[in-house]
Design a protein around this ligand. Structure first.
Ligand code: NAD
Length: 325
């Protein structure tokens, strides 16, 4: 049986990955510093190490205690706004500690990694849908930290024989039986709309209602977390025969901010108060992924492509949090 190290496995997407791997019978080790993750997300059947992915001694310990086949690196700081104010924190964590992780892997002869990158590497792309060849031109330190690390991975692959898969997620959302989106500093649209629906925040702001889209609000690509994780499971198999892989992951069909709000109102039966606000700098009208490459090469097909399915799973988890079941 193969053993996997899931770095960031106490977080949202990493937590779903651990859940699915254990459900299919894999052996899983988690490394997480719990800075934005949650102790209750740590799967009881996984071995758990609390610490930084930049801790060389801890990596040596983990790799000596477990024969790891592949590392899945979900560990990152993810707040775009914070990254603009505190770039050092983002480059240190996402890039610097990423390098330490790779060096720990090379030293211990662990030669396969799956890395969580982001649509933010594309910045404000001129094309829609966005495929893997689109120009990478990140416009904030978060996107840059991810893009620089993608480049590092490629160089390690060329020089040291590292096999890799880079996934660029668009907007991860939805929940599973055991995991839901729960960021302490929430910046993602669906959880923010839920807070407004539940009266935990006064309203939700529509940042720009005059975009060149059918209802004037920005269109984004929402992909269910369970579908995202399925792509990782397929990639593990693919890396046996293909050493260097990169894929954009989204539904390919975007939804506007107003459409997402309407879907939340429909599913929750609650009214979401909205206010109009100015456009935010650097918000493109449309960000939609082309995931044709993942479909063709990995045989990946999203099982929850409809926004109502995504919201329903997230709303059910909101009403009945997995940790309280
Ligand atoms: N959520 C999204 O919509 C989205 C979109 C694009 C890309 N991503 C990427 O996916 C990954 C997972 O995102 P998420 O939403 O699950 O975030 P999350 O904050 O829920 O999970 C990240 C986890 O990594 C841990 N972590 C962070 N830095 C660490 C370090 N240096 N050492 C050890 N542990 C560390 C945190 O404690 C947390 O448990 C991130 O790398 C993010 O950039 C997420």
């Amino acid at each position: 049986m193969n053993k996997y190290l899931v770095v960031g496995g106490a977080g949202y997407i990493g937590g779903v990955c651990v859940e699915k791997m254990i459900d299919q019978g894999d052996d899983v080790v988690i490394l997480d510093n719990l800075k934005t993750g949650h102790k209750e997300n740590v799967h009881p059947k996984a071995a758990f190490y609390q610490g930084d992915k930049g801790d060389a001694a801890l990596l040596d310990k983990i790799f000596s205690e477990h024969k790891i086949d592949t590392v899945l690196d979900f560990a990152g700081l993810i707040q775009v706004g914070e990254s603009v104010k505190e770039p050092s924190k983002y480059f240190q964590n996402n890039l610097g500690q990423g390098l330490d992780l790779l060096d720990g892997m090379m030293k211990n002869n662990v030669k396969k990694i799956i890395f969580s990158s982001t649509a933010a590497v594309f910045g404000n792309p001129k094309v829609a849908p966005i495929n893997e060849e689109a120009k990478k031109d990140p416009i904030n330190p978060y996107g840059e930290s991810k893009y620089f690390f993608e480049r590092v991975i490629k160089r390690y692959s060329e020089a040291y024989g590292l096999k890799y898969t880079v996934f660029r997620y668009f907007n991860a959302c939805g929940a599973t039986e055991q995991s839901r989106e729960q960021h302490a500093q929430e910046s993602h649209l669906i959880p923010l709309i839920f807070q407004a629906a539940k009266g935990e925040r006064p309203n939700i702001a529509l940042f720009g209602t005059d975009y060149d889209t059918p209802d004037g609000t920005c269109i984004r690509d929402y992909v269910h977390v369970s579908d995202l994780v399925d792509a990782h499971l397929l990639a593990i198999k693919k890396m046996e025969s293909s050493p260097a892989n990169e894929y954009n992951l989204g539904n390919g069909s975007g939804y506007s901010v107003k459409e997402v709000i309407s879907a939340v109102e429909k599913i929750s039966g609650k009214t979401v108060p909205v206010v109009m606000a100015e456009r935010r700098a650097g918000d493109p009208a449309r960000l939609i992924a082309s995931s044709e490459k993942a479909k063709t090469e990995l045989g990946w097909e999203p099982k929850y492509p409809e926004i109502e399915q995504i919201i329903e799973s997230a709303w059910n988890a909101e009403l009945n949090p997995p940790s309280e079941k």
